[in-house]
Design a protein around this ligand. Sequence first.
Ligand code: ADP
Ligand code: MG
Length: 394
Amino acid sequence: MSFLFFDKLLSRLDKVDPARLQTHMARLRSEWKMQETILQSIQEGVMVFDGAGRLVSANAAAEKLLSFKTEQLRGKTMTAFFDDFDLEALAASGGKDDAKGGAWHRMASREIELTYPERRIVSVYAVPMHCDGAEPSVLVILRDVTAERAREASALEDERQGAVKQLAAGVAHEIGNPLNALNIHLQLLGREVRSVEDEDTRKSLSELVDVARNEVSRLDGIIRQFLEALRPSKPDLRPCDMVALVGETLGVMRVEIENRRIAVSVSAPGSPPEALADPGQMKQVFFNLVKNALEAMADGGRLDIGVSYDDSFIRIDFRDNGKGMPEEELGRIFEAYHTTKEHGTGLGLMIVQRIVRDHGGQIEVSSKEGEGACFRVRLPLARKRVRKIADNRE
Ligand code: ADP
Ligand code: MG
């Protein structure tokens, strides 16, 4: 039933006979019900506020996104939902740009971040409505763009990593070859030095050669890390005991842990189920995380490694009480080449992130400057613990 027809009906209401009016009303009602059903079943959240910014109605999607019940919050002002909404300007603008530069457009492009009940990015699109004779009101349309934004961010990251790869491949290639030659010649030199007769000269020469060989092997390590970062191999996934892998990694690092006087603890309540992982790559992840923790604790400290799990994931936490990081640093640590260390490569965490991501896992970090850092790795379990559907129902 069109509005035109409805208007005509209204203007002739006194002349329409009651039976026909009833038929029209019934049609109107079913039409209204259909619109209501459509409104309730679309994915976008729809909210209507009156001119004073009070909630008039909302559909199910809006209630779900913002986690509220219309019945409870009807009449609440818009600021209860969106902090700094300039509703009056919006309602007054009537869909046209106002002198202040167009509230309409400003609102139309807005995105807000919700943290409750879970982190979501919602695009908020507000349209002023001026119907003839009716109070001005505002229609707010909400769309969940979390997945879209995540896809964009990861595409951007991939692009950035592609550029890094090209550059680094060249560098690694150029440095790798002369480095090998240098190593071989230093070995030869070391042998020659051993046959020097004068003991003092022999000693000081062999010390010099040792320093040079150490530096060459350090450089070699850096190049190897580069190449690991560049040649991502697909993880060879199999069920793995994470506690055992952590133990093996710590075994390799025992000397450094002792030298730095770090107390390391591993706690794993119960016996955690196996995770689906590539054991070699996972050890590389743990190695990098432990190494960073050690390097953050210049003069002794604690590193607590905790293993826990839920129905689908295993979580391995590395918590140290080293120097931690300021907040602005946190966003950059996974970037290639980002390092705060004199001899750092800034590749460790990039490799860690890539491996964890290739495993379908997640890595999170939290830290407070001066107090320590905590890295959390989550990996899918080899066998998801299946709950009966009934358990998930209220
Ligand atoms: P690198 O160790 O070569 O610097 P990484 O990618 O491993 O490169 O780490 C990047 C940066 O992140 C480090 O330089 C450091 O500033 C910071 N970082 C990483 N782990 C920790 C930690 N456990 N405590 C404090 N800072 C850390
Ligand atoms: Mg590192």
